[in-house]
Design a binder for this molecule. Structure first.
Ligand SMILES: Cc1cc2nc3c(=O)[nH]c(=O)nc-3n(C[C@H](O)[C@H](O)[C@H](O)COP(=O)(O)OP(=O)(O)OC[C@H]3O[C@@H](n4cnc5c(N)ncnc54)[C@H](O)[C@@H]3O)c2cc1C
Length: 400
């Protein structure tokens, strides 16, 4: 087993880390006070080739792997999870199209967005007020009318919606079929696409979320991705891939917490020595480091599996909830290690704590990730021979 990165991977990793140190970390604190989209940083990320990594070469993209994406997500997440979300959001928005659309559709609708001089954005539109974890409850409707579909409904919490030129919209073509009646459409920006309330948030303020309403938005029938009814399947396949991206942002944030806490613990003296010399602090640092290392390996493994088309629902769910929980715990510990300074805005820890929380919520809450992976474990256990042949059923069993 070889854990080393190839030359190409190492170069991408170094490029993303250098970009973060130059453009993200020094500005993240100042920019988050404005609570708006960090346009110039994202534009630079685009020019540096750190966006749209998974778009196939036939549609104007670099055609990189999901593992490659995790290097960029981890590096940018280290600097600022909000900016990483803004930069990497196209991966989520376009993933259903890469999975379900034809090359001709990608060339028509996606290529113009990834090949120009200016960064352009997509938005992944699944969540609604009454359909969060329960995607089958989506009320947005798509009705066929001749050679067009008419899309009507309101989505909420949509990342990059105000910036987007193309909306990947999950809408029901047959509501009575619930998840089996869900379809996915590409909806170009138009007057029928209305941006609503922009959310004020606890953290990740360097990313923007809003409501978006489709008011009888008409799109040609070739904007349907895959077939009618493929929407839920495509959404699940998308999340199997993109969860590794969120896990990578979380790993970056978790590593940043280790580094900031250790830096502080080395220089902050109390009782005549650096606080890092107290076992109570060094043990915390050891746990933080171990959590981060485990999160990184789980993340890369889930991405590696996806790149080989191996079923990875369980491992991508593991990676997402483990890495997000690691980020949250590390951020709490970083604040604690920095004492009063951890709680003060001009130091790094409190922002890390606010930013980390979202990682446990978006792209499927950590409860949903446990539900997904727990159910798979239950299914798999039906075929496992543990070698210990106790009878759980039958009349001899004490349980019945
Ligand atoms: C900043 C931000 C950015 C986002 N970006 C996007 C985006 O770009 N596109 C998009 O479509 N959505 C986006 N979302 C939406 C996000 O994915 C949802 O918020 C998330 O999936 C949870 O849905 P909900 O908020 O409706 O919570 P609910 O589903 O109402 O859940 C409430 C609570 O119940 C728990 N719960 C629900 N069902 C179960 C269950 N079966 N078992 C155990 N616990 C359960 C949840 O874990 C949670 O703790 C974003 C959200 C935020 C806050």
């Amino acid at each position: 087993m070889d854990f080393s990165l190839s030359d190409k991977e190492q170069k991408l990793w170094e490029r993303a880390k250098a970009f973060t140190l130059e453009h993200i970390t020094p500005r993240a604190h100042e920019l988050e006070k404005r609570d708006e989209f960090p346009k110039d940083v994202v534009q630079k990320a685009f020019e540096t080739g750190l966006m749209n990594l998974h778009i196939p070469t036939e549609a104007g993209g670099p055609g990189l792997t999901l593992l490659d994406e995790t290097f960029v997500s981890e590096a940018t997440g280290y600097g600022c999870a909000g900016m990483a979300t803004s930069i990497m959001c196209n991966n989520l928005a376009f993933a259903p199209l890469v999975i379900g659309a034809t090359i001709e559709q990608l060339k028509t609708y996606v290529e113009p967005l990834v090949t120009g001089k200016e960064a352009k954005f997509g938005a992944f539109c699944l969540t609604e007020r009454k359909a969060g974890s329960d995607a089958g409850a989506v009320a947005t409707r798509a009705i066929r009318d001749g050679d067009e579909y008419v899309i009507t409904g309101t989505k909420c919490f949509i990342t990059n919606a105000p910036q987007a030129s193309l909306y990947t919209v999950f809408a029901s073509t047959q509501p009575e079929l619930k998840t089996k009646g869900l379809s996915v459409f590409m909806v170009p920006k138009s007057k029928a696409v209305k941006i609503g309330l922009i959310e004020k948030k606890l953290g990740q303020k360097n990313s923007v979320q809003s409501e978006v309403t489709f008011e009888d938005a008409r799109v040609p029938k070739d904007c349907l991705v895959g077939k009618e009814g493929d929407g839920f399947k495509i959404a699940m396949k998308t999340l199997d891939k993109t969860r590794a991206g969120i896990a990578a942002i979380a790993t970056g944030l978790a590593q940043r917490c280790v580094d900031e806490a250790a830096r502080f613990a080395n220089i902050r003296h109390q009782f005549g020595k650096p606080v890092g010399q107290f076992q109570g602090i060094s043990f915390m640092l050891a746990d933080m480091g171990a959590r981060t290392a485990a999160a990184r390996q789980m993340t890369r493994y889930a991405a590696w599996m996806a790149d080989r088309d191996m079923p990875n629902s369980k491992d991508s769910a593991f990676a997402k909830f483990f890495a997000a929980d690691a980020a949250m715990q590390n951020a709490l510990d970083c604040v604690q290690i920095m004492g009063g300074y951890g709680y003060i805005n001009e130091y790094p820890a409190e922002k890390l704590m606010r930013d980390a929380k979202l990682l446990q919520i978006y792209e499927g809450t950590n409860q949903i990730q446990r539900l997904v992976s727990g159910n798979i474990i239950l299914r798999e256990s039906a075929n496992i021979d543990t070698g210990f042949h106790v009878k759980y059923d039958g009349k001899d069993s004490p349980m019945f």
